[in-house]
Design a protein around this ligand. Structure first.
Ligand code: NDP
Length: 241
């Protein structure tokens, strides 16, 4: 996969999976537009790969739309930024629910709108990958708002694939299992919980950020030219157990 001459917008590029995507895309020749909340992360990424940086809080709809417009034009979009909270159905607050929905679901919609309008206006096709989670398929205890936000992201991916596919823009999701990033450390630091999860993964380990990034770049590239509307587990076989 060679992305020379192509520009890829990656949200949440400061840390974890997003940073891995940005670095792998740059190594494959792409120009990266890196969008995230913490400016220091983007400064260090810029020093590593020479990306263009946009700082924004994706929980703010108006700021997200302005940042998306600033980022255009790009050839591909990866909606990776996400946030989590550990609350049960009984305890989750409306504020937490709204925040996770805003970052994990609404921001990808706004970015996809601005990306797709630009591509369609220019008569160009394209590809979007939304970074979802196996949490969209499974009712993990204490992930009420997170599971809901990712389930909605999968549903929206299918609507986008249907509508935008007709304009030559493919839209897919990847659904990783626990991937060893700062977010995973926050959610899976309890050894009992981690052990229970690992025992359900036939390959016997959690994912590395690069292993998720590889699948995302595959879905963006021409090798996946006929793939549209999938929600692809990157889970070591968790979903087949
Ligand atoms: P990290 O927490 O390591 O990184 C998330 C990135 O998104 C950070 O750069 C963060 O910036 C950014 N971000 C979060 N909230 C906002 C916001 N409001 N505005 C702008 N940027 C924001 O997470 P991961 O790399 O682990 O997760 C990446 C994606 O993968 C997420 O969508 C997550 O749901 C998904 N995923 C992760 C799994 C895992 O086990 N790690 C498993 C399955 C899916 P900042 O640091 O400044 O907050």
């Amino acid at each position: 996969m060679d992305f020379t001459g192509k520009t890829i917008l990656v949200t949440g590029a400061g840390k974890g999976i997003g940073r891995a995507i940005a670095k792998l895309a740059a190594a494959r020749g792409a120009s990266v537009v890196a969008m995230t909340r913490t400016a220091a992360d983007l400064e260090s990424l810029e020093a590593e790969i020479g990306c263009r940086s946009i700082v924004v809080d994706l929980s703010d709809a108006a700021a997200t739309r302005a940042a998306a417009r600033e980022a255009m034009p790009v050839d591909y979009l990866v909606n990776n930024a996400g946030t989590t909270a550990l609350d049960s159905v009984l305890d989750v607050s409306a504020e937490t629910f709204d925040l996770l929905y805003a970052v994990n679901t609404r921001a990808p919609l706004i970015l996809a709108q601005e990306y797709a309008k630009d591509r369609i206006a220019k008569g160009l096709g394209g590809a979007i990958v939304n970074v979802s989670s196996i949490s969209s398929f499974i009712g993990f205890a204490d992930h009420a708002a997170y599971c809901a936000s990712k389930g909605a992201l999968d549903a929206m991916t299918r609507v986008m694939a249907n509508e935008l596919g007709r304009k030559g823009i493919r839209v897919n999701a990847v659904n990783p299992t626990v991937t060893l990033t700062p977010m995973a450390v926050k959610a899976w630091s309890d050894p009992d919980k981690a052990g229970g999860m690992l025992s359900r993964i036939p390959l016997g380990r959690f994912a590395e950020p690069d292993e998720v990034a590889e699948v995302i770049l595959y879905l963006l590239g021409d090798g996946a030219a006929m793939v549209n509307g999938v929600t692809m587990p990157v889970d070591g076989g968790f979903m087949s157990d």
